[in-house]
Ligand binder design. Structure first.
Ligand code: UGA
Length: 444
């Protein structure tokens, strides 16, 4: 099929590459000329396993192309994906300026019927808004005879495994009551449903809410585990044992019950804010979700609070080694990353940070390169020179094996504060280290 994609961010780019890879002819447009020029040379603006090769192959095969011309994209695609950003507005609501702007632009170039597929995460009711905006523009330009169909098709990919999630989706939500639009989406996604039918059809509003509900459910599990971890610490219980104990119940399962230093990234915090805003505005506030957000706000400072307790005389002048800057492994994304809340609190308290991350070094330099209380180190072990304590924010594989004897020798205060529970408290203690995790009993 001929498909166009507006927006070459995470969602749009990965989706476009995956669709081209199964044989569709995909044209991507973005207003960012630099980005488009790089993509035309197969250089993606984001790091995702498998993405670069997929773009390269499909560019060469002529199934994938990039342009800044919206008009070309509207002529090209019978199906037009909208995958532009929906950042948080000041009040937490999703800012639909880009979504509605692109809709107007599409309508202004339309010369034939088109189906608009909303991939961006958008509040309930956006599909109707998109349809109304497109219709108004078509009418204004005397093109009222053209049909515009709007499908809500939320994305569920995870950063770090975006290509895999897109190529092997758990489910594909198609929100539309229009028979033709449903048939078009079924044809489009048929190559992804070879092992089993993954399409779930519903109305637009339910599809829009499904996306928020999924993230709300996952975030709730994490905040609950984080609260239980903090309680376990008080009570002298071990949250890792509790995690294994509850995860073995298939109704609970092992996914998304890892306690840590709070959830971050570009999705959970933003989507929670947007859903909370929608809920309050509709007169049905979500009390439980509000607490999920509040718990996370405290949790992303949990490592700093632990350090504060360990250094009652203050953190001024202390040098802290920090492993992990990305909000999770296998990405260089630092949006709302726990590491940022920690570093900013440490700097405020007068400490210096010596940081390392396997992928997010340039992103960190872009964000904080101007600071003289941040030293960006070339390797994880370089961070340990002249440092008082080690803090871990991201569970990269490269951090899993350490030499505790060496750490005890290098860290002046023989202290590790671990936001991801990577190590055995017993082994660390045996090497003479003070090791504090999340929800773990303290071993002396
Ligand atoms: C999340 C969802 O998992 C995707 O399904 C969804 O499509 C995406 O948001 C989105 O809305 O676009 P992502 O933000 O890439 O994906 O990352 P996750 O793997 O979900 O991790 C989110 C945060 O939760 C991370 O900071 C991670 O460290 C934290 N987390 C995750 C925990 O603290 N504990 C866990 O058990 C799991």
């Amino acid at each position: 099929m001929d498909v166009s994609v507006f927006g070459t961010g995470y969602v749009g780019l990965v989706q476009a590459a995956a669709l081209a890879d199964v044989g569709h002819r995909v044209l991507c447009v973005d207003i960012d000329e630099v980005k488009i020029k790089q993509l035309q040379r197969a250089v993606p603006p984001i790091q995702e396993p498998g993405l670069s090769a997929m773009i390269d192959d499909n560019l060469r095969e002529g199934r994938l192309s990039f342009s800044t011309q919206a008009s070309d994209a509207v002529i090209h695609g019978q199906l037009i994906f909208i995958a532009v950003g929906t950042p948080s507005d000041e009040d937490g609501s999703a800012d639909l300026r880009h979504v509605l702007g692109v809709t107007r632009e599409i309508a202004s170039h339309m010369q034939a019927d088109r189906t608009l597929v909303i991939k961006s995460t958008v509040p309930v009711g956006t599909a109707s808004q998109v349809e109304a905006v497109a219709r108004a523009e078509l009418d204004r330009l005397g093109k009222g005879r053209l049909a515009v169909r709007v499908v809500s098709n939320p994305e569920f990919l995870k950063e770090g495994s975006a290509v895999n999630d897109c190529v092997r989706p758990d489910r594909i939500i198609v929100g539309s009551d229009d028979e033709l639009a449903r048939a078009q989406l079924a044809e489009l996604y048929a190559p992804f449903c070879r092992s089993r039918d993954k399409l779930i059809f519903m109305d637009n509003r339910s599809a829009e809410l499904t996306k928020y509900a999924a993230n709300a459910m996952l975030a709730t599990r994490i905040s609950l585990m984080n609260e239980l971890a903090n309680l376990a610490e008080r009570l002298g219980a071990d949250i890792e044992a509790v995690r294994r104990g509850i995860g073995s119940d298939p109704r609970i399962g092992y996914h998304f019950i890892y306690p840590g230093c709070g959830f971050g990234g570009s999705c959970f915090p933003k989507d929670l804010r947007a859903l909370l805003h929608t809920a309050s505005a509709s007169g049905q506030p979500l009390h439980l979700l509000q607490s999920v957000q509040d718990v996370n706000e405290t949790q992303r400072l949990v490592l700093f609070h632990k350090l504060q307790k360990l250094y009652p005389e203050g953190l001024a002048g202390k040098a802290i080694a920090l492993w992990g800057l990305a909000f999770k492994p296998n990405t260089d994304d630092m949006r709302e990353a726990p590491s940022r809340y920690l570093m900013e609190a440490l700097w405020h308290a007068g400490a210096t940070v010596r940081a390392f991350d396997p992928e997010a070094m340039s992103e960190c330099r872009r964000l904080y390169g101007y600071r003289d209380d941040l030293v960006l180190c070339a390797t994880r072990d370089d961070t340990l020179q002249d440092t008082d304590a080690l803090v871990i924010c991201t569970e990269w594989k490269a951090f899993r094996v350490v030499d505790f004897e060496l750490l005890a020798h290098q860290l002046r205060d023989r202290l590790i504060v671990d936001g991801r529970n990577l190590y055995s408290p017993q082994q660390a203690a045996a090497a003479g280290l003070r090791y504090l995790g999340i929800g773990l009993p303290y071993v002396d």
